[in-house]
Every structure is written in C-alpha cells, then in structure tokens.
Design a protein around this ligand. Structure first.
Ligand SMILES: C[S@@+](CC[C@H](N)C(=O)[O-])C[C@H]1O[C@@H](n2cnc3c(N)ncnc32)[C@H](O)[C@@H]1O
Length: 365
C-alpha cells in the first residue's frame, strides 16, 4: 500500500476485508463485554480521517456506529471511551468534523478523545498515567492500522496486552517486510516490529512459504509473550497476490472464537484469505472439515471429555474453526462412524441422537 499524501484517499478493495471483520467482531464484542464491565475502551491508534474518497467509512466511524446503532440497548447504555489517535492534523480534523456533523449528540455515557499524536507516544502516555494512578486499564480493543512497519513497536503492544482484557487487531505489512528483509537500513525497524532480532533467521529461508510461516509464527509468539493467550491472523489479497495480514491477539478463547466467526464470513472457504475484487461474493466450494476432526481426535482421543471442553479447544487459536462448526461437522461424523461413544451415565440425558449438550461426556477413538 503506498502512503497517500492528501487528507482523503481511496480505500483499496482488499482493505475492505479488514473493515468487514472489524464490524462483525465489534457487533459481537460490545454486547458480551457490556454485560460484565462498567467501562469499555476502543482505541483506534491510526484512525485516519474517518472516510474514503470512494465512499467507504473509515474504522473510527465503523466502531462508533457498531456501538451507536447496536440492536442491544445495553450497548447504547454502556460507558464506552473511544480514543482516536492520528498524527496527521488535517486527517484528525476531518474526522472530528465528520463525527460532529453525523453524530452531534452521543449517548451520555459515550465519550470520544482525539489525540493528534503518534500511536506509540499516545499509548505510552495513557499507560503511564494508569500506572501512576495505580488503576487498571478498562477492557480494551485496540485497532492498530499503520501504513508501514516502523510505528508499531512490539514493546508498546506488549504493554497493552499485559492487561488480560486487552485485545489487539493489527495490520502487518508483509509485502514491506518481505521486500526489505535483507536491507541493512531496514533492520532497526524490524527489530522494533518484532521486539527481538529473531526475525533475522528468515533471511536464510529462500522458500517464500516457509519464510512467511516463520515470520508469522514469530510475530504471534511475540504477541503472546506478555500475556495474550491466543493469536491468529488472516490475509488480505489483491486478487491472488498477498498484500498484508491482520493479526489478532487476545487473552480470551471466546474472543478468538468470535474473531474466527467474523473471518469465516468474509473467507468462507476456510483459508482465512480475503480476495479483494476477485469474486469473494460467489463461493460455491464446501469447506473441508477433516482437519477439524483430526485436530479433535489428536487432542482428545482415549479420554472422557465434555462438549464444553471441546468447544474451548475449537474456539481457541489451536484451530482455524469456530464453535458453531464442530458439533455438526466433527462430533456427528465421528459418532456416525462409530468413533465417538457417549458415557453410559449420560446416554439418558440425551433427548435425541447426534445432539451434544454442554455437560455430555463422550470418548473419541
Ligand atoms: C492505514 S491509515 C488508517 C486507516 C483507518 N484505520 C481506517 O481503517 O479507516 C493510517 C493512518 O495513520 C496515520 N499515521 C501514520 N503514522 C502514524 C503514527 N505514527 N501514529 C498515528 N497515526 C499515524 C496516517 O496519517 C493515516 O491516516
């Protein structure tokens, strides 16, 4: 992605995938967290101007509207702090004007803070203030959406993720990383991006696929070092060409599960790739659930387990599948093949065959 100079620019087709997943995830995230928390925080660390020349909404507007127009009234009554950080003054001003024009009156418990600042400096200031006050960061979703790789040091992401209720949704410009991997001047940027020099091993990997896999695993490992228990990613392609990826890190398997559901909606083949402008609309292929069956069998065969345990495994970052898929597409086929038996004490708890309530125990062979 080239860096536009003007205040507004056109949204690339592939970047729409990032917004579709964001919207779908926030639709699920706001009501779940509103149930249990007094205050929520949404940070848009590279907010942009709020709209695009080709009519698309920007991420701050998507987030604001996900809360404002949510069908659950609890969300509209929830205390939510939106923190929009943008270092370009004219883009931030455009965003302020746009929000003021579209939403002159917000629900009383919503507040918006605009910071004309660099992402890492704004977050450092926020976290230092919280530390000084000896208080805790509210459950937080941070969208981190830079143009390049220089402004998102792992050190600041790690500080955010130290709070077990923080989640990060970050764009990683793989095209740039791959192109400049062997350039001396780029090394300090990559050291900061990964928070380590381990990425250098990728310089020796000539196989493109292996190189990407190594760097992606490393990035996830680093995101998880400070507390996030789950990290996943999906790819944004321009047609068949991979451009960049979004990584999501969270301390919650349920958050991971919801994020995977959002990704499956835009990439229904189950390969976690959004192909902007290349017929994402019409997909007639059927996902292959054999890897899900295999993963469940490998993890649990020979032991009595409950449906609930399987659900938290499937929903976590250990699989690419989500919790609405495993009963019909894994447990049922296993039982049909005689590879899943219900615990004798639980058989009577079942109203019908091929149903799997939370507390039903079974063994997979
Ligand atoms: C990819 S755009 C963001 C798009 C926006 N998140 C969306 O989805 O609509 C990146 C934005 O970050 C701003 N920016 C660049 N460097 C920054 C930094 N270090 N801190 C904060 N904002 C920055 C740019 O001016 C630009 O508006």
């Amino acid at each position: 992605m080239g860096k536009p100079r003007q205040t507004l620019w056109k949204l690339d087709e592939h970047s729409e995938g990032k917004h579709l997943v964001l919207k779908s995830y926030l639709d699920a995230w706001f009501p779940i967290l509103s149930k249990y928390n007094k205050r929520l925080l949404f940070i848009d660390g590279f907010s942009g101007p709020g709209e695009y020349l080709n009519g698309h909404k920007g991420s701050p507007l998507i987030a604001l509207e996900a809360a404002l127009l949510h069908t659950h009234k609890d969300v509209r009554n929830q205390e939510i702090i939106f923190c929009f950080v943008e270092d370009d003054e004219s883009r931030l001003q455009h965003l302020k004007d746009l929000v003021a024009e579209k939403y002159p009156v917000l629900p009383t418990k919503f507040s918006i803070y605009y910071a004309n600042s660099k992402f890492d400096e704004a977050i450092d200031e926020l976290l230092t203030l919280i530390e000084e006050q000896n208080s805790r960061l509210a459950p937080c979703f941070a969208m981190v959406d830079p143009f390049g790789v220089s402004d998102t040091p792992m050190s600041i992401l790690n500080r955010l993720l130290k709070n077990s209720k923080s989640e990060i949704y970050i764009s990683v410009m793989y095209e740039n990383i791959n192109r400049f991997l062997r350039s001396k001047e780029f090394e300090p940027h990559l050291d900061r991006l990964f928070g380590s020099d381990e990425w250098r091993k990728a310089q020796e990997l000539n196989d493109r696929k292996k190189r990407k896999e190594y760097l992606y695993d490393l990035y996830k490992k680093k995101l998880k070092e400070s507390g996030a228990s789950n990290a996943i990613h999906f790819d944004l392609n321009k047609g068949d060409r991979h451009v960049y990826s979004i990584f999501f890190a969270t301390g919650s398997w349920m958050g991971t599960d919801k994020m995977k559901q959002a990704i499956w909606k835009i990439a229904p083949e189950g390969d976690f790739v959004y192909r902007g402008g290349a017929g994402n609309e019409l997909d007639l292929s059927v996902p292959n659930f054999q890897p899900l069956i295999q993963a469940i069998s490998d993890e649990f065969s020979g032991q009595w387990v409950t449906t609930k345990v399987i659900e938290s495994f499937v929903g976590s970052d250990k699989t690419i599948f989500h919790s609405s898929q495993y009963k019909k597409n894994a447990l049922r086929p296993l039982e049909e093949r005689g590879q899943l038996v219900i615990h004798p004490d639980d058989v009577s708890k079942r109203a019908r065959r091929f149903t799997y309530k939370d507390n039903i125990r079974f063994k997979i062979s």
